[in-house]
Design a protein around this ligand. Structure first.
Ligand code: ADP
Ligand code: MG
Length: 253
């Protein structure tokens, strides 16, 4: 199983959009796919209509992380074939993150490594130790995708994220996961602001960007009103094609 975390300590940069589109694309290609929602805002959970059931049944990310529950008890099937989700709820914010073991997610995923081909982890922008769990799960064979929607406020979150990923090998002596910056919400026509942002990214991360970028389109937002990733909502749209290309680049370089 290959674990791909999607993380940026900045909100609203396209993490959840990237996570649900990649998970849907991989499942559609026949890969047994697990999506783990580590954000108490639970947007990825909402995409699959699982919030109420999660709250009622008391299963999901909280039990997996803090109750030592296995993935097989924490995951729900979805309406999408080959796609299971470990959902989140707002209860995740009430847990004491400092009590969370750094390797908990990694161990839980190791235990179900035979059951899935790919695992996508959608991270919260604020819960650093949860993100650390995700980076550790991605260490070695996996990858961290760092989505960046260019504006001046995004750079601090991005720099913090990258240094947290890089700190893993020092802290725990495991290999740093491969990480790549993904440009999201790229306008069709390059504005001056966009050109400035792109130049900053090129300066700081010259060799660490996906060649695929995700273009901006109102179809992404329209689809989300119907809880549909753009890849199924409007498969011919530009961002849907971009996400298909990204899915390929993530798996095969
Ligand atoms: N390529 C895109 N084009 C237009 N809107 C987008 C695109 N990607 C994301 N969005 C919108 O931006 C907002 C934030 O995206 P989201 O994936 O929820 O970010 P995050 O998970 O980082 O907070 C959402 O309203 C989403 O629909
Ligand atoms: Mg999100």
């Amino acid at each position: 199983m290959r674990t791909i975390a999607v993380s940026n300590y900045k909100g609203g940069v396209g993490k959840t959009t990237t996570a649900v589109n990649l998970a849907t694309i991989y499942a559609g290609r026949g890969l047994r796919t697990l999506l783990v929602d580590l954000d108490p805002q639970a947007s990825a959970t909402d995409f699959f209509g699982l919030y109420e059931r999660t709250a009622q049944e008391g299963r999901g990310a909280v039990g997996l992380l803090y109750g030592n529950e296995p993935v097989e008890r924490s995951a729900f099937e979805t309406g999408t074939e080959n796609l299971s989700v470990v959902p989140s709820t707002i209860e995740l914010v009430d847990q004491n993150e400092l009590l969370l073991r750094e390797q908990r997610l990694r161990f839980a995923l190791d235990d179900c490594a035979e059951d899935y081909d790919v695992c996508i982890v959608d991270c919260s922008p604020t819960m650093k130790r949860l993100a650390f769990n995700a980076y550790l799960a991605a260490a070695g064979e996996g990858m961290v995708i760092v989505p960046v929607k260019l504006d001046s406020t995004v750079m601090r979150g991005t720099a913090l994220t990258v240094s947290a990923i890089e700190s893993i090998s020092d802290a725990l002596r495991v290999p740093t996961p491969e990480w790549r910056i993904l440009r999201t919400c790229v306008p069709g026509l390059m504005t001056n602001a966009e050109a400035t942002g792109a130049a900053v990214l090129d300066e700081y991360f010259p060799d660490r960007q996906f060649s695929t970028v995700i273009h901006a389109s109102s179809k992404v937002c329209e689809g989300s009103w119907q809880w549909q990733p753009v890849t199924t909502f409007k498969p011919d749209s530009r961002p849907a094609k971009d996400y298909e290309a990204l899915a390929e680049e993530v798996l095969h370089g």
